[in-house]
Structures are given as C-alpha cells and as structure tokens.
Design a protein around this ligand. Structure first.
Ligand code: HSE
Length: 300
C-alpha cells in the first residue's frame, strides 16, 4: 500500500486568479494498492456520506489517468481515503485527491514521472494550476500552463511570521457553477488592477515585506462575480479588517474566505473571530492555519 499525505491549498490568492496559491497545514491521506479484486474504496471520515465509492471517485480517476498515460494495464484497486480538508469549500480537496492519486499511481506503475511531470499532469486534470502546484510542492506558488506544461515557482512562507485565518461556511459552492458567472471579457482597468497587485503580492511574499499585502490582496477578476453565492462574505471581510488582517480574499472558487494576518495578531484575531462567529455568523466556522512548505509526500 502506498500512502500519500497531501496538504489543503488556497488558490486565487488575492489578485492571483488561476495562478497563485498556497499550501496550508490541513491534510488528506490517500492510500492505494493494486489487487486482483474489483475496485474497493474505503473513506474513513464523514466525507464517505457523499463522495463516490465507484469509478466516479476522483482519486480513482487520477490513478487510472496515470496508468493510461504510462500504458499500464489496470488490475483491481483498493483505495483508502482519510480526508481532513472540507469538500467543495475552496480549500483544494479535489486537488488533494488528484495529486494524491497521481503520486500513488506513479509509484504503483513505476511510471517514472518527475515532480514537474506530475505537476503538469495534475494541473491538466484540474484545468488550472493554482491548487495542484502548491499541493504537490508546498509553499506559496505562482504557476502558468503553456503548451500543456506547467511552469511554476515556489517560495517558502514562514509559519512563524504569517498566518491564514480561514472562515468556512456550512454551504458548498461548486467550482463549475462559480466559473460560469465569470465574464468572457473584463475592462482593461480591472486587468491592470490585478496584474499590478499580483506582482506586488508575489514580491511581498518573497521579501516578507508584508505591509505591501494591504493593497495586494484585492481582486477584480472573480470575487465581485462570485460574492452573490456567498452569503455573509462582505461581513466576514469587514470583520477581518477590523481584527487587523492585512486583507482577505475568497479562497479558490469559494465559499471559504481567508484573512491573511501577522502572526503577532494570531491570538487576538482568533479570539475576535470566534466571538463574532458565536454571536453573528452561525453558518461559519473558523480555523487558524499556516503555510505547509513541504507539499505532498509519501508516508508509507
Ligand atoms: N482558480 C480556480 C477558480 C480555483 O477560481 O475557478 C478553483 O479550483
């Protein structure tokens, strides 16, 4: 049995739509082995209530996609999933399944895919590289797909200096639905707004000049269109600003919201967020996370 531990990821950090993401310290463990029996999928946590246990299962689909690419004839498979990452909330649960499946399959069928090959392969399966890349390598990543290849760069982020306050609602938002509301064309001024901030965001994260995050977490390419699906999002942004966050953004396609904060404010922010949730935001939960700089790894 091959077991892979894969971190949660937050894509679309601020202005980095479809490109900039980060790995966070919340994990799925995906195990797989070939058998001579029919497909068997065991899911060991609550997500077993709604994740598929048949060939629609994303881990299974990722594994068999690698087998196909490698020309490996499929036998039976036993897959075990232990999921901590909430599903369909914008925290990279699909990517974790794909990345875990791709890594496990690469080992099982000795496909000899390099890390770069696996990043490109997983990004293609997802359709965008901003979750798959940090899930695979950890840290803060910028990634672009060109001619089916993912070009990427990672920067490590100090868990001692910067924290990610994650607000997770009790409702889901499917990426497909959230992508459908995006316009095919945006005003030039909005493109400039995002391009300039994405550059500043990347520079701020690399140089640890975090005050630059104050303007650099704003977005005009997707949040304004997706907010309609996320009841309470503006209030969560406002709460985070009042509690001293550098800024907040919709994580991935949403509906989770992430406030980026200085580690100096960690305790005060957590106390304020939990207090507000208990009084006013009954549909939301809060967790304080930090960067995972390691990415997916084989643990067994
Ligand atoms: N960049 C993607 C999107 C992330 O916003 O649709 C969701 O998987």
């Amino acid at each position: 049995m091959i077991s892979v531990k894969v971190p949660a990821t937050s894509a679309n950090i601020g202005p980095g739509f479809d490109s900039i993401g980060i790995a966070l310290n919340l994990y799925n463990i995906i195990s797989a082995q070939e058998t001579d029996e029919p497909l068997k999928i065991d899911i060991l946590d609550d997500t077993k209530r709604f994740l598929p246990h048949d060939k629609k299962n994303l881990v299974y689909r990722a594994i068999t996609a690698v087998f196909k690419e490698a020309g490996h004839t499929e036998r039976g498979l036993h897959i075990i999933q232990h999921n901590e990452i909430p599903v369909t909330r914008g925290l990279g649960s699909s990517s974790a399944s794909i990345v875990g499946g791709v890594i496990a399959a690469n080992e099982i069928c000795k496909a000899k895919m390099s890390k770069n090959d696996m990043i490109s392969f997983a990004s293609q399966l997802e359709g965008h590289p901003d979750n798959a890349t940090p899930a695979m390598v950890g840290g803060f990543t910028a990634a672009v797909i060109k001619d089916n290849k993912t070009y990427w760069q990672k920067a490590e982020i100090s868990p001692q200096k910067i924290k990610f306050g994650v607000f997770i609602p009790n409702f889901i938002l499917k990426t497909k639905k959230a992508r459908k509301v995006l316009p095919p064309v945006v005003p030039h001024a909005d493109a400039v707004f995002n391009a300039s901030r994405a550059a500043l965001l990347t520079a701020a994260m690399i140089t640890e000049n975090y005050d630059n995050l104050i303007p650099a977490l704003d977005d005009r390419l997707h949040e304004q269109y997706r907010k309609r699906f996320i009841e309470g999002v503006d209030e969560i942004f406002e709460l985070s600003a009042n509690l001293g966050a550098y800024g907040s953004y919709i994580s991935g396609a949403g509906p989770a919201v992430i406030a980026v904060i200085s580690a100096d404010y960690e305790q005060a922010f957590t106390a304020g967020a939990e207090d507000a949730i208990s009084k006013k935001f009954a549909r939301w939960k809060f967790s304080m996370l930090c960067a995972d700089n390691c990415g997916a790894k084989i643990i067994e």
